[in-house]
Design a protein around this ligand. Structure first.
Ligand code: NAD
Length: 673
């Protein structure tokens, strides 16, 4: 059986919108890549696009080698002969590859003939993956000699930037094939989820299809206007785009045709004519200059100005109830796990929360009654509440308000400040950097609020551990440079000093501080994370000190703390190149303590915090001081400090408790006295 380490060569068939991006990802992951298409002109333009994209990635510090060395791993090949048969070159490429990924046009007969050909030439255990958006994997696999090695590997456009990959199991796909495809997707820097059955639309397009369809239906019925729906979706739910705005942006024709392909395969939707009318009138959205909104010219996207006062004119439950019902169906029937469905909407659609998290917030009872209402008022069969929702409501699992829904909740005390949210979930306190629209850029107000918050948390004996994280798409993309405009060097020095004092306060807080990092932690964001005691990153985290690209250097401890973690050579490389360090590499360098699956960061941070919260608080504080201060001193002074703190702890009640619990073989209860 092929293992991840055995994969050396990947063939990508089809070098169009998706194929060239997949080839680029495979080459970036270090594989030798054959990229196949029907003629050299298409291949040349695909190579150009890849080179351009690699150049951009390199400029932004995402590439850890030269553009040329990545390019040198890609070999273009023509996949068909003049007569239209598959070529010898393709046969050779496939026979040399451990993985073939297909991204040819969405035509079943074409994909089937390709899989029949590829499986004749491929080694026994190589993987044949299809990037299809709407065709069943099972039907494509039927044409292959070893359907158990055929799998769906659904990338999103553009593959290089979109973090999600849906790995779809056909009826015959083996567990090893799924496992290896997941590993490969991770190796290519993506976060994969498993879809256990090739239902139309898989997860992302299926849930998005439901949301679009409901929005369309409500407008069609006169229950809401386009602007009301979009303002509610944008402001109240916090999705990155309104529903109709997204349709315009991606192309109404694309949505119309994808939905049609799904309904042709049995996906039931409620009747709604809005999309069809626009499609037939050629009003495709941004690309044609008009769709649901008007644009200054074809191809030029200008974000429609959604009106805050219209937000909430539509009950968000009316929009989300049917998509949630679908998600409940996918979960109940084992098509995907709760975590994977939530990751799918977060990474595939950019939602700030998973659909089950939304459900828990809106309340499951409310969602079920909304479904009943949709059923009664409009006779919608798809609004029949899923048995899972009904049983959860019957058991009193209503979501956040009842302490449990799809997830479990504990009592929280939340204080929303201008730039941060402080959530005390005792014994843990969360500090959430909360300027999501600016990727949590750090401004003087945030520094002041963080500073005051740390004082408060230090003084609260019921808070044992602090976790700091970002809201929205990032931990923090750095200091808000707009705050520097017009500032004198003295103003900047003050800002830097204040920021540095904040990082010192965090480092020497008398309780453990965990930084939970997702998305970007850049510049000042990275410096905050570096002053925490422990850093946990999700797979999508990217850490960096890119100040050099703006003409300056880190000013809040970056040059000092990074060197203590990774040594001078690595620290210099990171700071002098300004490169972005992906989570996996940051882990290898020792910048982060561990990397966890995207979507599980809060859970992982919480479980580590709970573990620390059970430890003796005074000993935790002394351990912090012995390590941090001892590290700055000579060995002899460090050792002296250690023994002083060590002996001091023997005056505490916690030591008596710890030793007696040990002798009595029970769990100790430390009080911090
Ligand atoms: P595309 O039209 O941009 O590219 C398809 C490429 O395949 C073209 O360059 C074409 O010349 C080539 N091709 C045609 N016949 C071929 C053959 N016999 N051998 C080799 N190459 C051949 O299409 P796309 O948007 O890249 O879509 C490809 C696949 O990816 C489809 O299955 C689509 O459903 C899926 N997909 C598309 C998107 C998207 O947003 N575009 C997203 C996810 C998945």
């Amino acid at each position: 059986m092929v293992k991840l380490e055995d994969i050396k060569t990947v063939t990508v068939v089809g070098a169009g919108t998706m194929g060239h991006g997949i080839a680029e990802l495979a080459a970036m992951a270090g594989y030798k890549v054959y990229m196949a298409d029907i003629n050299m002109d298409i291949l040349r333009s695909a190579l150009e696009r890849i080179r351009w994209s690699l150049g951009k990635l390199s400029e932004r510090g995402f590439l850890r080698e030269s553009v040329e060395s990545v390019m040198s791993r890609i070999t273009p090949i023509v996949s068909v002969t003049a007569e239209g048969a598959f070529s010898e070159d393709l046969a050779r490429a496939v026979s040399e590859s451990q993985v073939v990924v297909e991204a040819v046009p969405e035509k079943l007969d074409l994909k089937q003939s390709l899989f029949a050909f590829a499986s004749q030439h491929a080694a026994e255990d190589s993987i044949l993956a299809t990037n299809t958006s709407s065709l069943p994997i099972t039907e494509i696999a039927r044409a292959a000699r070893r359907p158990e090695r055929v799998v769906g590997m659904h990338f999103f456009n553009p593959p290089v930037l979109m973090p999600l990959v849906e790995v779809i199991r056909g009826e015959a796909t083996s567990d090893e094939t799924v496992k290896l495809t997941l590993e490969l997707a991770r190796k290519m820097g993506k976060t994969p989820i498993v879809v256990n059955k090739d239902v139309p639309g898989f997860i992302v397009n299926r849930l998005l299809g439901r949301l679009m369809n409901m929005a369309c239906f409500l407008v069609d019925k006169g229950a809401a206007t386009i602007e009301e729906v979009d303002s509610t979706v944008f402001y109240t739910l916090g999705l990155p785009m309104g529903v109709f705005e997204l349709a315009d942006y991606s192309g109404i024709d694309v949505f119309y045709l994808v939905t049609k392909a799904m309904t042709d395969r049995g996906f039931q939707v409620v009747p709604c004519t809005l999309f069809e009318e626009k499609f037939k009138a050629g009003k495709y959205g941004v690309k044609s200059g008009e769709g649901f909104y008007k644009y200054p010219e074809a191809g030029k996207f200008v974000k429609p100005s959604h009106k805050r006062e219209l937000a909430g004119k539509v009950d968000p439950a009316m929009l989300l109830a049917v998509p949630l019902n679908e998600a409940a169906y996918l979960l109940r029937t084992g098509i995907a796990s709760k975590e994977d469905i939530d990751i799918a909407v977060k990474l595939g659609l950019g939602w700030p929360k998973g659909i089950f998290e939304f459900a828990d917030e809106l309340g499951l009872d409310k969602l079920v009654s909304t479904l009943e209402k949709l059923k009664a008022e409009y006779g919608l069969a798809i609004a029949e509440p899923d048995p899972l929702l009904r049983s959860m409501v019957a058991e009193g699992k209503l979501g956040r308000k009842s302490g449990e829904g799809f997830y479990k909740y504990v009592a929280v005390e939340e204080t929303v400040k201008e730039t941060i949210i402080v959530r005390k979930e005792k014994p843990i306190a969360w500090i959430v950097l909360n300027r999501p629209e600016r990727l949590n850029a750090i401004n003087p107000k945030m520094i002041e609020e963080l500073d005051n918050t740390l004082e408060d948390l230090e003084a609260d004996p019921e808070v044992r551990v602090v976790i700091i994280k970002g809201s929205g798409r990032a931990f923090s993309a750095g200091a808000d440079v707009t705050a520097f405009t017009g500032a004198t060097p003295i103003d900047i020095a003050r800002f830097s000093r204040k920021f540095q004092q904040l990082t010192l306060k965090m480092q020497y807080l008398a309780k453990p501080v965990i930084a939970a990092i997702h998305g970007y932690a850049l510049g000042g964001g990275s410096e905050i994370a570096l002053s925490a005691d422990i850093r946990i990153a999700s797979e999508d985290a990217i850490i960096g000190q890119p100040e050099i690209n703006l003409g300056f250097i880190p000013g809040a401890g970056g040059t000092q703390r990074l060197v203590r973690l990774v040594g001078p050579a690595k620290a210099k490389e990171i700071i002098m190149t300004g490169d972005f360090i992906p989570a996996s590499e940051a882990y290898k360098m020792g910048i982060v303590n561990r990397v966890v699956k995207t979507g599980t960061l809060d859970e992982e941070a919480r479980s580590l915090a709970m573990k620390l919260a059970e430890k003796p608080p005074l000993a935790l504080m002394m351990a912090k001081y012995a390590i941090d201060m001892g590290y700055e001193a000579s060995l002899a002074s460090g050792l002296t400090l250690e023994s002083s703190l060590f002996s001091l702890l023997f005056t505490t009640e916690d030591v008596i408790e710890g030793v007696s619990a040990f002798l009595e073989k029970r769990r100790p209860k430390f009080k911090g006295r």
